[in-house]
Design a protein around this ligand. Structure first.
Ligand SMILES: [Zn+2]
Ligand SMILES: [Zn+2]
Length: 232
């Protein structure tokens, strides 16, 4: 049996990404409602069509974040989600994870951190998982998230068993800055925007040793370019 041929045939049966000119085959778990990970922010285009809808959605997003007054979340500048969550699940170490935040946009539930990344940063290469570099699974701060392979993510979780605050700060400092307009929005909304001092090697672990390139995704993200709609 020709496995390569078989594989290609199986791939062809999979649906393709609906974004113009993409054509990526959709894998379950690596895609969302007809879009690959790179293009899934396009799903926000319709529900965030008007300045009013963008304003309402950002207000809703903001209202469910409660910055910490002490502890590591404060030190790292996390945006801890206090709203609805999905079910807790056992993590790699057998400990129960508290689950991830959920936010409904239009008729869809989004993982709150995935909405944040898609809306404020953009899409990322398919086959990667969004890692919480700050190690707080309820954090929804866009520059605390980094796309990486599942394998790399597990390796890091292993290493992270020891609570190494210094290592987290160094890792956080390597993530590209938020878009200036996102920073301004966050500042005006009382969210932490501070960053660890830059240091250490460039952030390379996200993509299995390849240097990280930010994938800006489609230019059509509704909110980054339109964070301050003129409200009536
Ligand atoms: Zn696509
Ligand atoms: Zn965080």
């Amino acid at each position: 049996m020709d496995y390569a041929k078989h594989y290609r045939r199986e791939q062809r049966k999979k649906p393709q990404c609906s974004a113009d000119g993409c054509g990526a085959r959709l894998q379950s778990g690596h895609s969302r409602q007809g879009y690959c990970r790179m293009h899934e922010p396009l799903l926000l285009k319709e529900p965030l069509r008007t300045p009013e809808a963008i304003g309402r959605t950002l207000d809703k997003f903001r209202s469910q974040i409660l910055p910490a007054r002490s502890g590591l979340d404060r030190l790292f500048g996390c945006w801890p989600w206090t709203g609805r969550r999905n079910k807790a699940s056992p993590g790699f170490d057998g400990e129960l994870r508290p689950g991830y935040g959920l936010i409904s946009i239009g008729n869809n539930d989004w993982l709150a951190h995935r909405f944040s990344y898609g809306n404020f940063v953009g899409g990322h290469r398919s086959g990667l998982t969004l890692d919480h570099v700050c190690r707080s699974s309820l954090c929804v701060r866009p520059d605390h998230l980094m796309p990486m392979t599942q394998r790399r993510n597990s390796e890091l979780e292993h290493r992270r068993a020891a609570d190494d605050t210094e290592a987290v700060l160094v890792d956080l400092s390597k993530i590209p800055h938020m878009h200036p307009r996102v920073t301004l929005w966050a500042m005006l909304n009382g969210l932490p925007i501070g960053r660890a001092e830059p240091g250490g090697e460039p952030f390379a672990y996200g993509l299995d040793g390849q240097p990280v390139s930010n994938h800006p995704g489609p230019n059509a993200f509704p909110s980054v370019g339109d964070l301050f709609p003129s409200r009536p």
